[in-house]
Ligand binder design. Structure first.
Ligand SMILES: NC(=O)c1ccc[n+]([C@@H]2O[C@H](COP(=O)([O-])OP(=O)(O)OC[C@H]3O[C@@H](n4cnc5c(N)ncnc54)[C@H](OP(=O)(O)O)[C@@H]3O)[C@@H](O)[C@H]2O)c1
Length: 247
């Protein structure tokens, strides 16, 4: 897809990968609006308040964005929480609910809100955001993995349902990306944000737009089952369960 001069709304663009992507699209001549619960934390970009767990908030944000940017042609559903859970503790259910409400239902709410607009234009792009963990579970983040596997499956269906409308659907599948120094300290193997974004923009800029944006660092997760490395990698990743209290 053409990454220059786009009019972009990034739900979940107030920090991390979303904010980094927002700045890249702005640098490529685009007009960018970012949404989140903390819009005041962002300098130099248009912002809108958005809580993807609340249907009214999503509709309000959609109306605000389309009123000021009727030529909107790219929507990125980046909002997400990445929470760990101890499944032996029934108290984890609140975490499971928050995760599904935000990552899966939140994605669907934002897609639903903007689908009529993009269909009416007859051209445009949705970018959804799953995770390598959606393809290769990280057992410490159980519902997170389920929510991202759900985003992947939903994205596949959305692409099929919008085929022929002029609206393309692509799925960003990030591996671990260090968006803060603390993140890098906890996971030294996480990719640096700028290096990750360089690869993402390169792939997004291809024509036709790939169905999935797979940087080199996520290929081992994405294709583990096909490559026969799945069981070993899940066992390796299960070692992190030792960090849970009482294990
Ligand atoms: N970084 C990684 O290693 C990695 C790997 C794979 C996938 N991902 C995915 O990439 C996306 C971005 O992750 P990140 O690492 O950049 O995390 P981040 O810095 O925590 O960003 C998350 C974004 O989601 C927004 N958000 C959270 N809850 C929301 C809600 N209820 N309503 C609206 N917005 C909400 C946050 O904004 P507010 O706080 O302002 O609401 C923020 O802008 C997530 O979907 C994540 O699952 C990340």
């Amino acid at each position: 897809m053409d990454i220059k001069n786009r009019t972009v709304f990034i739900a979940g663009g107030t920090s991390g990968i979303g904010l980094g992507l927002a700045r890249r699209f702005a640098a490529a001549g685009g007009t960018v609006i970012v949404g989140g619960r903390r819009p005041g934390s962002v300098d130099g970009l248009s912002t809108v308040e958005l809580d993807v767990t609340e249907a009214d908030s999503v509709r309000r944000a959609r109306d605000t964005v389309l009123e000021s940017h009727p030529d909107l042609d790219l929507v990125i559903t980046m909002s997400g929480v990445q929470l760990t859970e101890d499944l032996r503790d029934p108290g984890h259910f609140a975490t499971a609910e928050t995760t599904v409400q935000t990552n899966l239902l939140g994605t669907i709410r934002v897609l639903d809100a903007f689908t009529p607009h993009l269909l009416a234009r007859g051209a445009g792009t949705f970018v959804t955001v799953s995770s390598g963990i959606g393809f290769l579970p990280f057992p410490l983040m159980a519902t997170y993995a389920a929510s991202k596997a759900g985003v992947h499956a939903y994205t596949e269906a959305l692409r099929a349902q919008l085929a022929g409308t002029g609206v393309e659907v692509t799925e960003l599948v990030p591996p671990a990306v260090a968006t803060t120094p603390e993140h890098k300290r906890l996971n030294p193997r996480a990719l640096d944000l700028d290096a990750y974004l360089d690869e993402v923009l390169e792939l997004l800029g291809q024509d036709p737009t790939p169905d999935e944006i797979l940087v080199q660092g996520v290929l081992q997760h994405r294709w583990a089952e096909r490559d026969g490395t799945y069981a070993d990698l899940v066992a390796q990743r299960s070692q992190a369960l030792e960090t849970l209290p009482g294990r």
